[in-house]
Design a protein around this ligand. Structure first.
Ligand SMILES: Cc1cc2nc3c(=O)[nH]c(=O)nc-3n(C[C@H](O)[C@H](O)[C@H](O)COP(=O)(O)OP(=O)(O)OC[C@H]3O[C@@H](n4cnc5c(N)ncnc54)[C@H](O)[C@@H]3O)c2cc1C
Length: 414
């Protein structure tokens, strides 16, 4: 009989794949269960990377090399006419979600990754945990990891009071082929990350890997993220309704977004954004938008069950840490389980003690950075902190930077 301990990982995206690979390499019998029925790699947009993410990817058994992403060397803030208002040097590697997914999926044994498996509930006793799926099947393990994202079924069962809170704005995103934009746009933004600050909004754009994950000039794509306000009851509800009148509660598939919604977004781009951003937005074949949420879990350990990644905490994208946080969670959990070889629940508890505080800190920091979008609460005037964060030289210094922890300290003193 095998003495391998069995781990059930719910969710086969970034958090799930990182945890699964690390546990597999630590000697566990790991099974991943993903709700979606086919490879996810075609979806997603740009990802800002950090050294800690690369450490985790190496530890997961994948190779980190020059093909990982596109290098950017500086950041600029552009005004409406495209004039540079502020610039600062910063080296960063920018990649696409699909590139990381492929990398992590390819190093994990395919036979242990199960598509089309939607968890419905879990139960546990002193020695085991059982996962029940929508197709009526179930499976038993000694550890279950809830890596099932912001709408986690695992969290909803164990911690129903922790729910995502809509923050009043959404992010339009998309990828435009580098060759689909003008020479001027390429010159303006090819090796630097660009920011724009229309009143009460914010846009940023940078180059990421291409369709074939290529980093070669001519084969890359421009990613953009454009934050725009949307009232939950009226604006957001309307945007989440398709042409047939069907309303999507959280995310509308890109091909269901109504034509007039896209046309209005294009018209707003012409009105509000620098020419390079307008070019990128218009050249994006399939734009999508995501409502922005804050999510804080009050607990991450439930006996043999652990929450990680977006199932545990979601910080607004301004910190640029979504995947890096999931990687840190996965490493911390596997380290704690390794340190407690005879007691899974004690390992899970040790993990939670370390990562709860971290999660709270980055959610708070991302909330603070959210002020840089410039939407005053209750329609009031801009606070001095908001005005400060929206200064052209400050926004490029604070948004999605590697040394965010030091910055938290500096900003909290203001
Ligand atoms: C297709 C896709 C594209 C993304 N693109 C981007 C991007 O471009 N930029 C960015 O910053 N972030 C993106 N994200 C989010 C990013 O992956 C997360 O913020 C972060 O990496 C943490 O990942 P996670 O694995 O914890 O959560 P997620 O990436 O949200 O993954 C959760 C996974 O769990 C699965 N799942 C949910 N419920 C169940 C269930 N009941 N049973 C089984 N499986 C379930 C989901 O299908 C999903 O694959 C994307 C996520 C997905 C799923």
């Amino acid at each position: 009989m095998s003495t391998q301990r069995r781990a059930l990982v719910i969710g086969g995206s970034m958090g799930g794949l990182l945890a699964a690979n690390l546990l597999h390499r630590a000697g566990w019998d790991v099974q991943v269960f993903e709700r979606v029925g086919e490879a996810l790699a075609g979806r997603g947009a740009g990802i800002i990377t950090h050294d800690k993410l690369f450490d985790a990817i190496r530890r997961a058994g994948a190779v980190v090399d020059g093909t990982m992403g596109c290098a950017t060397h500086s950041r600029v803030t552009l005004d409406r006419a495209g004039k540079v208002l502020a610039e600062m040097p910063l080296e960063q590697i920018l990649t696409a979600w699909g590139r990381l997914y492929r990398l992590l999926k390819d190093v994990f044994p395919a036979a242990r990754y199960h598509f089309d498996k939607s968890l419905t509930r879990i139960e546990q006793d002193a020695a085991t945990v059982t996962a029940h799926f929508a197709d009526g099947s179930r499976t038993v393990g000694e550890l279950l990891i809830g890596a099932d994202g912001i709408r986690s079924t695992v969290r909803a069962q164990l911690l129903p009071q922790s729910k995502p809170q809509y923050v009043g704005y959404l992010a339009w995103r998309g990828l435009a082929d580098e060759n689909a934009v003008s020479d001027e746009t390429r010159r303006a933004l090819s090796d630097r990350m660009g920011f724009g600050l229309p009143p009460g909004e914010q846009i940023l754009s940078y180059l990421v890997t291409g369709h074939d994950n290529s980093t070669r000039p001519g084969h890359r794509r421009f990613n953009f993220v454009w934050y725009r306000p949307a009232d939950e009851q009226t604006g957001l509800r309307d945007l989440l309704t398709d042409a047939a009148g069907r309303h999507y509660e959280y995310n509308i598939p890109p091909d269901r977004i109504r034509r007039e919604v896209i046309a209005e977004m294009h018209a707003a781009a012409e009105r509000l954004l620098a020419p390079a951003f307008v070019d990128i937005v218009r050249a994006t074949a399939e734009p999508l938008f995501q409502p922005v949420y804050d999510l804080e879990s009050t607990e991450l350990a439930f006996g043999r069950v652990a929450l990680l990644g977006d199932a545990a905490f979601v910080a607004r994208p301004h910190v640029g840490l979504g995947v890096t946080k999931a990687a840190g969670d996965a490493q911390s959990l596997v380290d704690a389980l390794t340190a407690q070889p005879d007691d899974v629940a004690a390992g899970v508890k040790e993990y939670a003690a370390k990562r709860l505080e971290f999660g709270r800190t980055i959610v708070a920091h991302a909330r603070l950075l959210g002020l840089s979008v410039g939407i005053p609460e209750n329609g009031g005037p801009q606070s001095p902190l908001m005005a400060y964060l929206r200064r052209p030289e400050i926004v490029i210094r604070e948004i999605a930077v590697p040394d965010w922890a030091e910055r938290t300290l500096n900003l909290s003193r203001l």
